[in-house]
Design a protein around this ligand. Structure first.
Ligand code: GLP
Length: 232
């Protein structure tokens, strides 16, 4: 794992764009994308860049269940608004949270993911250490599945909705083993709220209680953070 501490956020996101740009130059054409507040400046930088993704495909980490795709806070809407309208991909894949049978949809998403190789997976991290929507306790062997969101996750995401009642209770997410199949992973962690997760990662103990520590099992991870943290 390569840790890069960049306290200036503008520079940090420029570095993230550079990493993506280098992958593109080296022939990457399949990108794993993430959502959340952390990714907003990244997508703003990508929108303003000259990078072209029209020959690429994307796969998103997760999607809420229980809100329609055209809800402003669905990850379909988020991705369209933040990236795809300005930078279209040849194919953009996001789990369908509106599927009649969400279990079947999660399985179908995993099948799709098994048919391709993600060159670079971008991930954020939840305050409780979740990645995608893999909450604490999720087995590291998990594949794409339906999750019951932790109350703390719903509270953390309530800021995007009018009230906590509106925050969906379920989601479809890539599993941890799904995420770890990517050739390389870029984790972005910004702000004090992510200190617990980041310290756990740097601590080096791999535990299912803190899903982000699963990244320690991967050979090719870059972590970008603005946190002033002891890099032992
Ligand atoms: C969300 C998403 C994650 C994201 C995390 C952090 O619930 N499912 O993919 O990384 O929580 O979000 P934020 O960047 O808003 O702190």
């Amino acid at each position: 794992m390569k840790l890069e501490i960049i306290q200036n956020q503008e520079q940090l996101y420029k570095r993230a764009v550079d990493i993506i740009s280098n992958h593109l130059k080296n022939g990457a054409d399949t990108f794993g994308l993430a959502t959340g507040g952390t990714m907003l400046p990244l997508y703003e930088n990508l929108r303003n860049s000259t990078l072209d993704f029209s020959h690429c495909q994307s796969v998103n980490l997760d999607e809420y269940v229980g809100i329609p795709k055209d809800h402003p806070e669905s990850y379909h809407s988020y991705m369209k608004r933040q990236l795809f309208d300005a930078k279209p991909f040849k194919a953009a894949n996001i789990p369908n949270g509106e599927a009649q049978d969400i279990q079947k949809e999660a399985n179908a998403y995993e099948e799709l993911l098994k048919s391709l190789t993600v060159d670079l997976q971008i991930v954020g991290v939840g305050e409780n250490g979740h990645i995608g929507f893999n909450e604490p306790g999720t087995p590291f062997g998990s594949e794409s599945h339906v999750v019951e969101l932790a109350e703390s996750t719903r509270e953390a995401n309530a800021r995007f909705f009018n009230s906590i009642e509106e925050v969906p209770k379920k989601a479809i997410t890539m599993g941890i083993s799904t995420i770890l199949r990517a050739k390389s992973i870029l984790l972005i962690a910004i702000g004090e709220k992510k200190r617990f997760a980041l310290e756990a990662l740097l601590n080096g103990e791999i535990t299912e209680e803190i899903p982000v520590t699963s990244l320690l099992q991967h050979q090719n991870v870059i972590v970008l953070t603005d946190l002033n943290i002891d890099d032992r």
